[in-house]
Write a protein that binds this ligand. Structure first.
Ligand code: COA
Ligand code: MG
Length: 335
């Protein structure tokens, strides 16, 4: 690296202290535990936005991408900025904005519109085709946060990672690319997968076989997303169930999602929120078990491994128990 950046870094402390005192805080801390339900709402639809904000969703995603017609995009950006600016009585739901894809040529103006307004909890990035695109957005967010005097890293990221064929293939590179970049990793709240755009990119005629199960290609996308999320320490969020008039289909997807390790799900309709929240809430039996695991370690603080009911439990069990209790705490705060 040349001497220029180093000079800039040496000169910084004198200016930084007063700036830090004027930092604009982001929205108050979200409830502890994973964000279970993420409700999409078109960026230009005020009626749906009002309903979404009054819903029990943990997060609302104000969409500037596929659900907004190109001609409506400027109006949608203004409307989203208005919502971000508006004072809110409740800290729920969190406000996120889905911006346009890295390759769209629209992303810069989307980000400008968001940062000119109040802080968003995070940005949802669609049609990601490589880890490099995430790094680039993270750099842009850092500059925008500094310019807006917001806390560095306060704008989180949800990555829709499987909407292009290259995106699916590149998921395997995330752990290695992100390993040396803890700040970028911490910014990434979650990874999610989408089948709609991938179908169209592939020209696939269907996502499911005749029994209703995902075909191998879409299972691969879903599994790559799940594995990469765990590997980079982010939440794995299941994609949307577009059959919003079929609660049985949603229920089936939720059962599989929870079984496999997803901790949240995207939604497109308010009726999907209650089943999603319920599915990812730990059961009473799980809470009780988690309390006992934590208690077992508390009584043996120097031990890395203890026994409970004749079974060995070690650190991964403790971590899982702590996650369950954080989620239980979050549910309590949400009601
Ligand atoms: N957020 C908040 N409210 C919503 C909503 C959403 N995502 N989707 C529907 N509603 C509201 C409707 O406004 C309606 O209320 P109203 O009668 O008081 O106006 C009520 O819920 C019932 O809606 P319904 O008639 O069942 O659905 P619809 O046919 O109006 O809309 C969709 C169906 C799919 C177009 C709509 O759910 C939607 O816009 N979803 C989000 C789409 C999106 O953002 N996609 C991008 C990500 S994939
Ligand atoms: Mg799309």
């Amino acid at each position: 690296m040349s001497s220029a950046p180093r000079t800039a870094r040496r000169a910084a402390p004198a200016r930084r202290t007063p700036q830090r005192q004027r930092l604009v805080r982001p929205q108050p801390e979200p409830p502890a535990g994973p964000v279970r339900s993420w409700l999409f709402v078109p960026g230009d639809n005020e009626r749906k936005q009002e309903k979404a904000l009054a819903s029990a969703a943990d997060a609302v995603i104000l969409d500037l991408e596929d659900s907004v017609l190109p001609a409506q995009l400027p109006a949608a950006r203004r409307r989203v900025a208005e919502l971000l600016r508006a004072p809110r009585e409740s800290r729920r739901p969190q406000l996120w904005v889905r911006v346009n894809a890295p390759s769209s040529g629209l992303l810069q103006d989307d980000l400008r519109a968001i940062f000119a307004a109040g802080p968003a909890r995070g940005v949802v990035l669609p049609k990601v085709s490589s880890a490099a695109e995430i790094l680039q957005l993270a750099r842009q967010l850092s500059s925008l946060e500094a310019a807006a005097r917001r806390e560095a890293g306060s704008t989180r990221l949800l990555i829709i990672a499987t909407e292009t064929p290259a995106g699916v293939l590149s998921l395997a590179e995330y752990p290695a690319v992100l390993a040396p970049l803890p700040r970028v990793r911490q910014r990434i709240a979650g990874l999610t997968w989408g089948a709609e755009d991938l179908s169209s990119a592939l020209g696939a005629l269907a996502r499911c076989d005749t029994s209703g199960a995902l075909t191998f290609t879409f299972q691969l996308a879903r599994t790559q997303c799940l594995l990469a999320a765990a590997a980079v320490g982010a939440q794995a969020i299941d994609g949307v169930c577009t059959d919003f008039r079929e609660p049985a289909r949603l229920q089936q997807e939720l059962e599989m999602a929870r079984r496999d390790g997803f901790t949240g799900k995207l939604a497109i309709h308010p009726e999907q929120i209650a089943p999603i929240n319920a599915a990812f809430a730990p059961t009473e039996a799980e809470r009780e078990h988690a309390r006992r695991v934590v208690a077992a370690f508390a009584t043996a603080p120097a031990a890395g491994v203890v026994s409970l009911d004749g079974r060995m439990i070690d650190r991964p069990h403790l971590l899982q128990a702590q996650r369950v209790l954080a989620a239980a705490q979050r549910d309590q705060e949400a009601t």
